[in-house]
Ligand binder design. Structure first.
Ligand SMILES: Cc1cc2nc3c(=O)[nH]c(=O)nc-3n(C[C@H](O)[C@H](O)[C@H](O)COP(=O)(O)O)c2cc1C
Length: 343
């Protein structure tokens, strides 16, 4: 896998990674990305076909627990229903305030596959696939390689990096704790490590020999230069593109990223059951169990209603630590600016 341009548009499911954003980024020669999580295989296939002529565009997939070799099936099932039921109770005041119903625990657990098999079956059309949230079995890598697909894995530790290479990864996205949105910790029950991106990059570069894409807190050309100097083949930027014209970032998310000048971000499991970083709000005071995607499904109506009401108190406002420096304007200009100190 070769990275000819120093910038990669980090995949951002849930709206921001629109087809317009992937097109705009790919048109500069950088690698665009579609966020395939929480989309059907059919939708994702259509989205990819809509951008396939634009340049290089990758497809990012969430690895569900059933396909994640890092999941301990016994531990992850312990008291699942009880813990979800207790969490659901805590959600009721938020649901009442917005006038919405939330699913039952049973409904939340009804479909946890994220259309995984259908997405893998569709992947032979996609030249680049990246996995987040876990590490599939080596057979999956072999299957994708057979159809000529290059496969990346987002890793947050040296051990995850080693394992990903052993399973057949062609490149790694090394994600530091500065990153906006979800951490791609492979074991969903593990707490994320806090090794800063540059140190993590150094440590991973010592043990693996495939291209590394750095992610987390990269919002200026200087940051891009830093990660390249630490051995990265490219820099993946998420937050830096959230305010671009083409991003599908929802209006309340855009508004708060621009209005909240505190620079403060925090991590929480409340939005999905997995750890994610965002601007600080009331919802994040709730403790949530490490049960993905059920916590996500339970909170969807609250998040949707809050977005519709432009109420920042109970929707995810994903942001990396560098969000204050994120720019508005055409994505291609932001990408060119980020790459502008290119040697
Ligand atoms: C709004 C948002 C949504 C995200 N969704 C995904 C996703 O669907 N898949 C993924 O692998 N990473 C996702 N991430 C993480 C990014 O791919 C990337 O690791 C992160 O944005 C890098 O840190 P930065 O935001 O400081 O640039 C998301 C990040 C944000 C901000």
């Amino acid at each position: 896998m070769e990275f000819r341009h120093p910038i990669v548009a980090a995949p951002m499911a849930g709206g921001p990674s629109s087809t317009a954003l992937a097109r705009a980024v790919a048109s500069t020669g950088a690698l665009g990305f579609l966020g395939g999580g929480n989309k059907t295989a059919q939708q994702l296939t259509e989205d990819y076909r809509a951008v396939a002529d634009a340049g290089s565009v990758g497809v990012n997939l969430f690895v569900p627990d059933v396909a994640n070799t890092a999941v301990d099936p016994v531990r992850s099932q312990e008291q699942r229903s009880e813990r979800l039921a207790a969490f659901r109770e805590k959600l009721l005041p938020f649901a009442d305030r917005l006038g919405v119903d939330i699913p039952t625990v049973e409904q939340a657990g009804a479909d946890v596959s994220d259309d995984w098999n259908a997405k893998l079956a569709a992947a032979d059309e996609w030249p680049i696939v990246s996995f987040t949230f876990g590490l599939p079995h080596p057979e999956i890598f072999a299957q994708l390689h057979d159809s000529g697909t290059q496969v990346g894995v987002t890793v947050t530790t040296v051990t995850e990096a080693r394992n990903a290479v052993e399973h057949g990864a062609d490149f790694l996205v090394v994600q530091g704790p500065e990153a906006g949105g979800h951490r791609s910790v492979h074991d969903p029950l593990a707490e994320p490590e806090n090794v800063p991106l540059l140190d993590l990059l150094d440590a991973v570069a010592e043990v693996v020999d495939i291209p590394l894409v750095a992610a987390g807190g990269i919002v200026t050309p200087e940051h891009v230069q830093e990660v390249l100097a630490h051995g990265a083949a490219a820099a993946a930027v998420g937050t830096a593109l959230l305010l671009s014209d083409e991003a599908g970032t929802n209006p309340i998310h855009r508004k708060m990223l621009q209005e909240d000048r505190s620079g403060a971000t925090q991590t929480t499991r409340v939005y999905s059951g997995r750890v994610s970083r965002s601007l600080v709000n009331e919802f994040m005071t709730l403790e949530a169990p490490a049960i993905y995607p059920e916590v996500n499904t339970l909170t969807v109506p609250i998040k949707r209603a809050a977005i519709a009401a432009m109420d920042p108190r109970s929707t995810h406002l994903f942001a990396g630590t560098g969000y204050v420096q994120a720019r508005t304007g055409p994505a291609a200009e932001i990408v060119e600016w980020l790459a502008s100190n290119r040697p």
